[in-house]
Design a protein around this ligand. Structure first.
Ligand code: ZN
Length: 283
């Protein structure tokens, strides 16, 4: 599609979500939330939606966007004049750039399709910016649609989610955790159950560096995905599925996401404290 890789490659194995979007493309909702998957597949589905709503091919209804027409190619290059892109992967989404777009959102699109505004990793919204967007959603203008992509809908302002149509991507493929990580994740789940056997791990001198903390968080996310999908491929994921209902599992996911964000920030954090925070939030 373009010289630098296929931007839709992240949709492999996500046919279910693509089908759901195709089914509503004839009358697109003003706002959709794209959750689940990983950051790459969320962005890919967001771009797919922009192409689906703007592709000039006569076959788009039956076969999806062509990837070849000017609209499809320009969307893939982020150079389409009815595509507005806010990139939460690069840091917080602040209020002023959102406010600056409000006059544009009040206008019809430039072309024959839809003006699509994508907020990639929209959990990076600052509250004020999210509220500014909410104002625009409250004054809908024909031809303007919005995409909020985030790991989980719970990471977004509830008033934004309640105005949106939600599509959930499948979780990425599971790889088994290394045995030393499984020791940590198993101890974490045991602490959630019993309130015991955790702090001696994290308080041991030099036991937890940032890399290990991240491995434990990612490892627990992997177990959680297994538990949520019902495949229960590991003893720990089976135990999680037995112990928690769907809401409980989603709550764990939210806590792990926040821990991941904390470990990813440039601000120095104490990785052992991040793990302790994860432990105590669910205990
Ligand atoms: Zn096309």
């Amino acid at each position: 599609m373009t010289g630098h890789g296929d931007p839709l490659a992240g949709l492999a194995g996500q046919e279910h979500a693509v089908k759901r979007l195709n089914a509503i493309a004839h009358d697109p909702p003003q706002s959709i939330v794209v959750e689940g998957g990983d950051a790459e597949s969320r962005l890919a589905l967001s771009l797919y939606w922009a192409m689906r709503l703007n592709c000039a091919s006569g076959h788009v209804k039956r076969h999806g966007p062509c990837g070849q027409c000017p609209a499809c190619r320009q969307i893939a290059d982020f150079a389409f004049n009815d595509l507005i892109f806010f990139d939460g992967r690069e840091g917080l989404i602040k209020v002023q750039p959102v406010r600056d777009m409000r006059p544009t959102w009040g206008q019809p699109p430039n072309g024959d399709g839809y003006r699509v505004t994508i907020f990639s990793e929209a959990q990076m919204f600052m509250t004020e910016a999210a509220n500014a967007l909410l104002k625009s959603l409250e004054e809908p203008r024909p031809g303007n649609v919005f995409v909020l992509a985030a790991p989980q809908r719970e990471r977004l302002l509830e008033t934004l989610v309640s105005r949106s149509w939600v599509v959930t991507l499948s979780w990425p493929d599971t790889r088994e955790n290394a045995p030393e990580i499984t020791e940590w994740t198993t101890a974490l789940a045991a602490f959630w159950r019993t309130g015991r056997g955790w702090f001696q791990r994290t308080s041991a001198k030099g036991a937890v560096d940032k890399n290990l903390a991240m491995q434990v968080v990612l490892g627990m996310q992997r177990e959680l995905r297994e538990a949520m999908s019902g495949s229960n491929a590991t003893p720990l994921s089976a135990e999680l599925a037995r112990t928690y209902d769907a809401r409980g599992l989603r709550r764990i996911g939210l806590i792990l996401d926040q821990a991941q964000d904390a470990l990813n920030t440039q601000v120095p954090v104490n990785p052992a404290m991040v793990l302790d925070w994860v432990a105590t939030r669910m205990a």
